[in-house]
Design a protein around this ligand. Sequence first.
Ligand code: ZN
Length: 396
Amino acid sequence: MEKRDYYEVLGVSKSASADEIKKAYRKLALKYHPDRNPGDKDAEEKFKEAAEAYSILSNPDKKQRYDQFGHAGVDGAASSGFGGGGFSMDDIFSQFGDIFGGHFGGGFGGGDFGGFSSFFGGGNQRGGSSGNVQKGSNIRVRVKLSLKDIVHGVDKTIKINKLVACPDCGGSGAASPSDIKECSYCHGTGVVTKTVQTMLGRMQTQSYCPKCGGTGKIITKVCHTCGGSGLVKRPEEISFRIPAGVSEGIQLTVQGKGNAAKNGGINGDLLVVIQEESDPELKRDGNDLIYSLFISVPDAISGTTAEIPSVDGKLRIKIDPGTQPGKVLRLRGKGVPDINGYGTGDLLVYVQVWIPKNINQEEKSLIEKLRESKNFTPKPSSEDKGLFDKIKDMFR
Ligand code: ZN
């Protein structure tokens, strides 16, 4: 299942302040708290999802990495901090001291809500301005990368057609400024407020004004260029850096480079999905690279040097006398850097010994002589036998 965007999980915009993020999380934690939703698996999942999102977005370092690289940038961080298997309830409750000022634990019994009356009572959370801001849609593009680009990271510039604010109306969608009138239904606030009776007492709920859609404005004559949408499609060149160590299917987020939103809202994001071009010589296995090297029977017996392709050109390696087929030579640090900065993989050279399929009479008589020699009778050491297991592992 694709992981949801953390901002989407908390229902806040990317420009939300630390305080807004905290408030949004408190709201969700209350709504999906297991004490209030006994046995409801769906609520429990939502509760954990929100906690995970908050753990990243409340930490400035992690937030920055997430903003830049999406889930790929913080996956290691989230799992290392929370025991690998995602979030446990204990982890979440350990956060509550911070979020709820210690009042959370026993608060839900009999209407004593301890520390949270402040955010149930007031009701006016939307505050008119921030709630009405719309966000443009995201644009998803695929970028094909060579192995070399993946190992070193790469700067990319792509051209996409995207929605931008209409140049004629500046995004308002109106033919002229005088064609924008205040919405009479919500009196320009963009929201309508209702008071409802709930188990927690009287609560005010707010929703976008149905007449103006939350803008607080009504357009009486629309812009002829954009037909009132305030947006037009234009080609744009976008440059961004792809970090080293990405892999097939990873999605990077380039913030604010997606489609523009109506009425000067927040731009959507550009989502860059990585596609790996397969390399003709080097096969990728996680952060390691694998190369199959064929050497001749005489080279295996007498030793030699061999040229190995690497991402940064040819490397020369030594093949010892008496090298068995299936031997693996490990060239440390010649693989792919870890995307989370945990070192660099290796280049593994699997040695194969080429057995000729056709030989002439002269060679045949030489081989017959060798057959008689005791040195050519197999006497595998335990290390040689171990190679067989390694080869088996290769074909798992
Ligand atoms: Zn326009």
